[in-house]
Design a protein around this ligand. Structure first.
Ligand code: GLY
Length: 431
């Protein structure tokens, strides 16, 4: 077993910071690189100025530095085939190949897969012609209804339409105006599901699957789930709504069934499958699959994981995940995202961030950087819409929530914005 490993992480957001933090804790790892990384990641890893989509340059870097393991954090390079490019050069890499990353890369593929293998999901139709989509909406649809651009769209290609007029406008946005580019060449129209959303991440080795602890994201920009969709404004883990019964149902009908379906299609999946679940009145259904850790789900799940993440990732690559038992701490974590006011629309960058040192050497409190960089004077400044994820653990979700909101006051920058109700839903359940 290699215990002086050099690891490269591809990506530069809060998710990759959480991964880098965990990788650095592995006694097997000697050196961590991150491309491109950010100001916070530079505490855990040497940041390399190569973009996540500069696949040839990343391969060359991994060869030059004799990287033992590369971990792909982001969806775009996975869907573009970065794992195939690394493997072609004999490099060890964690993530699904292109033909498996399609699970996230094409909504019509994933919906057809679920239909074929009887995996519970909402009813849907696929369209490549906008006139046919409108005809369907005029004659067969019930409202509200969901329109999804087929391809990757930075998490923004899903429109919930309340009536026919909105839905027609949505078809124009996705298919005619191509607001999400070629992602909108094909569109899925899906029945609207009601219920609570839960994110369940898993490690997969092609045959076997190991489920991580559950989490819940808050996607809208404003309190009360108002405002525009964002990349995620905060998370908590575990979700008290992910009960033993839900877990048993998903184990029986969703998790292994998905892994087996991918294998049967000649697309064995190795890496992370992120199950976006809707707990509907008729039972859990798959809302979407992702082929990587969630962001900001990773920020609350990874700090609670007891295993050495390198061991688990290597087991996925080697097909030995059946020998691994995942273990998570018996506690809770909450992540509050500190964003630039105006996100996800226009916002100012370059604001000096203070208070980060409060997290140094603090047990159970973490600050994972998303959009940050160092300015010319070497000071950390804001460099994106989502700036930081402040994470705290607690013995209960309520305690973790109090701790996270307390820690969120330690940080200051001029246009700091956050939601104040991350994890508020847990007040609805008795702990
Ligand atoms: N938090 C949702 C996602 O990572 O897609």
């Amino acid at each position: 077993m290699n215990s002086r490993m050099k690891v490269l992480i591809v990506g530069g957001g809060g998710r990759e910071h959480a991964i880098a933090w965990k990788v650095k804790k592995s006694p097997r790892v000697e050196k961590v690189y991150c491309a491109p990384g950010n100001a916070g990641i530079s505490k855990e890893a040497e940041c390399v100025p190569i973009g996540a989509m500069e696949i040839d340059k990343l391969v060359a870097f991994a060869k030059e530095k004799e990287i033992d393991l590369t971990i792909i954090g982001m969806d775009d390079p996975l869907v573009a085939g970065i794992v195939d490019a690394f493997e072609a050069e004999g490099l060890r890499v964690f993530g699904p190949r292109k033909n498996a990353a399609i699970l996230e890369g094409s909504k019509s593929f994933s919906k057809d897969l679920m239909k074929k293998y009887n995996i519970p999901t909402a009813a849907y139709e696929v369209f490549t012609d906008s006139d046919k989509a409108i005809e369907y909406l005029e004659t067969k649809a019930e409202f509200p209804i969901v329109l999804k651009a087929d391809g990757l769209a930075l998490g923004k290609g899903v429109l919930i339409c309340q009536d026919l007029e909105e839905a027609k406008e949505g078809v124009k946005t996705i298919m005619t105006d191509k607001k999400f580019g070629t992602a909108g060449n094909t569109m899925v129209i899906e029945s609207f599901m009601t219920g609570r959303e839960v994110s369940v991440l898993s490690f997969v080795d092609g045959d076997h699957i190991r489920i991580m602890t559950s989490a819940q994201d808050h996607k809208r920009a404003k309190d009360g789930d108002e405002g525009l969709n964002t990349g995620g404004m905060g998370t908590f883990s575990p979700s008290p709504f992910y009960t033993k019964e839900v877990d048993e149902f998903c184990k029986k009908y969703i998790y292994q069934a998905t892994v087996d379906a991918m294998k049967a299609e000649g697309r064995p999946f190795k890496g992370i499958i992120f199950f976006g679940l809707m707990l509907t009145p008729n039972g859990p259904k798959v809302l979407e699959y992702n082929a990587r850790f969630g962001d900001p789900e990773a920020q609350v799940v990874i700090p609670r994981m007891k295993n050495d993440i390198i061991d688990v990732m290597e087991a996925c690559i080697d097909g030995t995940l059946d020998h691994v038992e995942l273990e998570f701490e018996d506690n809770a974590a909450v992540c509050v995202v500190l964003a630039s006011d105006g996100y996800p629309l226009a916002y100012e960058k370059g604001k000096v961030i203070s208070g980060l040192e409060r997290f140094d050497d603090m047990d159970k409190y973490y600050v994972f950087h998303a959009g940050t960089k160092f300015n010319e004077e070497g000071k950390p400044v804001t460099n994106g819409g989502r700036v930081l994820g402040v994470v705290a653990k607690g013995t209960s979700l309520k305690q973790a929530r109090l701790n996270a909101y307390s820690a969120a006051t330690w940080i200051e920058f001029d246009n700091k914005y956050m939601r104040h109700d991350i994890g508020k839903a847990i007040e609805d359940v008795e702990e």
